[in-house]
Design a protein around this ligand. Structure first.
Ligand SMILES: N[C@@H](CCC[C@H](N)C(=O)O)C(=O)O
Length: 275
């Protein structure tokens, strides 16, 4: 089976062209391929498929085999894959996901996609739909207790669930110790992606993530969108800001007129292989 390893800001997935390859058990394939010692090594796998409603369809599986509704870094790479492999000639495409249809505008240099802007749709703020057990709406500063300490979290869904903690300094212990405990906390019935964010100024945010199903990754596109929305809800930034992640930078804008969030960032092919 042919595959392509790609990344967006270091958030790396194995991409499989479902137009020509048949994957019968993507959950276990994701676990095997993602293994960084015995597999290809990735944060998960992404299937690129035909769609009845959009130009293409994507399915995304975390490194533990769980399927996620949406992936911001992966959808930019899907745009690059289909354009670079001449599956479309259009620089504006739509992609069906479990979180609805997303529209991409592709930037092409020397016949290859280098960058993409994605309309990520409206953020979901109702607690029951994120989902989070909370009486607040929007869920700003929900106190979640871990090891007898309360953490104030702002919760946002970008189709997949996120909890954002604003901190003065992001530490390894936040990400590696608190992250996994929050991921499976009883307040989050479908588990949660956890973002730790430091406000640099009103136009710049630093963020690290503990992802549901994959652990720490070098970047999270939906997480960066959720963080910008959380920062605006808390009055900490403007509606457009740069989010600096370990693996690179994403530009996120929460447009007031449409209520849509727009994410712009790079898409990179690393190598192709045969499994
Ligand atoms: N890295 C992704 C998000 C991947 C899915 C996430 N771990 C989940 O389970 O919701 C991104 O770039 O958005």
């Amino acid at each position: 089976m042919k595959f392509t390893k790609m990344h967006g800001c270091g958030n790396d997935y194995v991409y499989i062209n479902g137009f020509i390859e048949n994957v019968s058990d993507p959950e276990s394939l994701a676990i095997k391929m993602s293994d960084r010692h015995f597999g290809v090594g990735s944060d998960g796998i992404v299937l690129i498929l035909p769609s009845d409603t959009s130009d293409f369809r994507m399915r995304m599986f975390n490194a533990d085999g769980s399927e996620a509704e949406m992936c911001g870094n992966a959808i930019r790479c899907v745009g690059k894959y289909v354009y670079d492999n001449k599956m479309t000639e259009s620089k504006v495409i739509t992609v069906e996901t479990l979180a609805g249809m997303k529209k991409l505008e592709l930037t092409v240099e020397k016949d290859r996609v280098t960058y993409a802007k994605v309309d990520m749709g409206e953020p979901i703020l109702a607690p029951g739909k994120i989902p989070v057990v909370s009486t607040l709406e929007p869920v700003i500063g929900e106190l979640v207790v871990v090891d007898h300490q309360a953490y104030a979290l702002t919760c946002v869904s970008m189709g997949n669930p996120h909890a954002v903690a604003f901190v003065d300094e992001i530490t390894d212990s936040h990400v590696h110790e608190l992250g996994p405990k929050l991921e499976v906390h009883e307040k989050f019935p479908q588990k949660i992606n956890v973002e730790f964010a430091r406000i640099k100024d009103e136009d710049n945010i630093e963020m690290r993530v503990w992802e549901r199903g994959s652990g720490e990754t070098l970047a999270c596109g939906t997480g960066a969108c959720a963080t910008l929305v959380a920062a605006v809800l808390n009055g900490k930034t403007n509606r457009k800001a740069a989010v600096d992640l370990i693996g690179g930078q994403l530009i996120i804008e929460w447009d007031e007129a449409t209520n849509h969030v727009f994410m712009s960032g790079p898409a990179v092919t690393v190598f192709e292989g045969v499994w």
